[in-house]
Each structure stands twice: as C-alpha cells, then as structure tokens.
Design a protein around this ligand. Structure first.
Ligand code: 13P
Length: 298
C-alpha cells in the first residue's frame, strides 16, 4: 500500500518506534525490502540515492512506486540526499512524494535558501521534505575532533533552519557516519535530546549500518523515527553474488538473484526488529492511507 512518508513517520513517532528507509538500486533490492517488510508486517520506506536515480531514472522510480502500491504493508518511496533541483523535479514528476533536499554540502546560508526553495516546490506537489544541517561524514578518518564537532547539528541553528525552510523532517548529525564505522560509534545523545526538546517534528538518523541495539533504541526514545540503511544491505548483496557466482556449484541467473534477495532480506528483517516496527503495519492503515490506496488503484 503506497503511503505518505509523513503518515509513516508521525505514527511511528507517536508509538515510539522507527521506520527503516532502505536504499535500493534495482529489482532485487526492491524485492528484498518488500519481502522482508511483508513477512514482518512492518511499514517500510524504499529510498533512491541520486546515484541510483541516475542509473535507473524514471523506470526505476516506476518500479518502486508500483511495488509500493502492490505491497500488503504500508510503503513510501523517497528520494534520498538530493542536491539537485533537476533530480528533485524528475522524482516529483515521476510521482515521488517524499524528498530529501540536501543542502548540507553548502554553506549554512546557501543550505537554508536551497532547502526553502526546494521545500516550496515539493509542497506544491503535495510532497514532504527531509533536510539536513550539520553534515554527516562518510570518511571520518582524517577529520580532527574539532572539525567533526563543527559538522554536528547545532540545536539553535536547527530551530532557526526548520522555521525558515518549513521542512517536514530533519536529519541530525550527532556522530553518525555513512558507511562502516571505523571505530565504535559514539552518538551525542545530550545534543539529540536538546534538538528534540526544541523541535516538534520527526527526526531522522542516517548511517544506521553498524549502530548497536542500545544506540538505536535510545535514539528512538529521543525522537528519531526514521533510520537510513544502505551499507549493510549492499554488503549482503555483493557477498551473496560473489559466493554464488564463484562457488563450487554454479547456479543459474534467477537462482543467484533469489539468493541475493534472501541475503538482503535477512539484514533488512534484523533492522526492522531493531527499529521496533515489526507487527506495526496495521497501525498505519489510517483513513488517509486507505483513501490514497483507493485513489491510486482507481
Ligand atoms: P549507511 O550506508 O551507513 O547505512 O547509511 C545510509 C544512509 O544514511 C543513506 O542516506
């Protein structure tokens, strides 16, 4: 059932769990996410990184949208980390109603202006917008502590930013990183708590691969209701392909694809348990979700 991201996040926030947003690149990825979510009766998000959009363009968006419509659980489709107005327009024109307008590589002033303009555009389409201030790093090695601190989300700035740009959710940077954590993760929970006290909107944590259970549940208690996951699922995919292709008993193409889907689905299922969304699909079957589904099917 294609559902709005805002409904997914608000319901999760109210009921103190989080939605897993999984990056997908192709049919196998989409199948893995939907299969795992359906088996777990969990709401879920399919998200496309700009590199995936560049690779698959409108046909890949259409695959995600159609798979979401046909799923037996609530699913929304989201454009992740978009720094490009052109990509945002392509996604909107293709029916995506959930966009991350990512001005975090820009200066604070430029980020504010970019995010405000993109949010106004998205709202015209009835789409919701996630934004980021502070900047999550994917290559932490080489950054000094002071540099790292400077890139964390500043709670006062976050308040000003959200009011100015009128975004619907905010990705926070509190020590989370994209990709593998090179040393044990350390999240700045007092910072998250302050942000949560100051801002009444869904909070998002990127870089959920490699975060331990206690940090996930503490983040949820402090208002995080969406976790982005990519690295661990990609690793499972690549390893399954490698094992199946290079293994002793050669398999056929569809068998290999099936093994890769199963490997990704296993990781996704574990994450859905960690995020507390297993068995929560029914909570999202609101009149809004039902009417959207009916509208989509008409
Ligand atoms: P990981 O690759 O660390 O799981 O992060 C994914 C992410 O945040 C995508 O936006």
């Amino acid at each position: 059932m294609l559902t709005s991201t805002q409904e997914l996040l608000e319901t999760a926030r109210r009921n103190v769990y989080a939605i897993g947003a999984f990056n997908v690149y192709n049919l196998e990825g989409v199948k893995a996410v939907i299969t795992a979510a359906e088996a777990a009766s969990s709401p879920v998000m399919l998200q496309l990184h700009p590199s995936a959009l560049k690779y698959g363009k409108a046909p890949l968006v259409a695959l995600c949208m159609e798979s979401a419509r046909r799923a037996t659980v609530p699913v929304s489709v989201h454009l992740d980390h978009s720094t490009s107005a052109q990509d945002i327009r392509l996604a909107l024109e293709s029916g995506v109603r959930s966009i991350m307008a990512d001005g975090s590589p820009l200066s604070y002033e430029e980020n504010r202006a970019f995010t405000r303009d993109m949010t106004a555009l998205c709202h015209e389409y009835g789409a919701v917008v996630e934004a980021e201030i502070g900047r999550i790093s994917g290559t932490e090695d080489g950054l000094t502590i002071a540099e790292k601190e400077a890139k964390m989300t500043d709670p006062d700035q976050a308040l000003e930013f959200v009011h100015f740009a009128k975004v619907d959710s905010l990705a926070v940077t509190i020590g989370n990183v994209h990709g593998e954590y090179k040393s044990p993760p350390r999240l700045d929970f007092p910072r998250l708590e302050k942000i949560r006290r100051m801002l009444d909107l869904p909070l998002v944590l990127h870089g959920a691969s490699g975060l331990p259970e206690d940090m996930i549940s503490r983040s949820i208690q402090l208002g995080v209701c969406k976790f982005n996951v990519n690295t661990e699922v990609r690793q499972a995919y690549m390893e399954a392909l490698k094992d199946e292709i290079c293994g002793d008993s050669p398999k056929d193409l569809l068998e290999i694809a099936g093994e890769a889907i199963a490997a990704m689905a296993e990781v996704i299922t574990d994450k859905l348990h960690l995020f507390g969304s297993v068995g929560k699909a029914h909570l999202h079957e609101t009149p809004y979700a039902r009417s959207l589904a009916a509208y989509e099917q008409a």
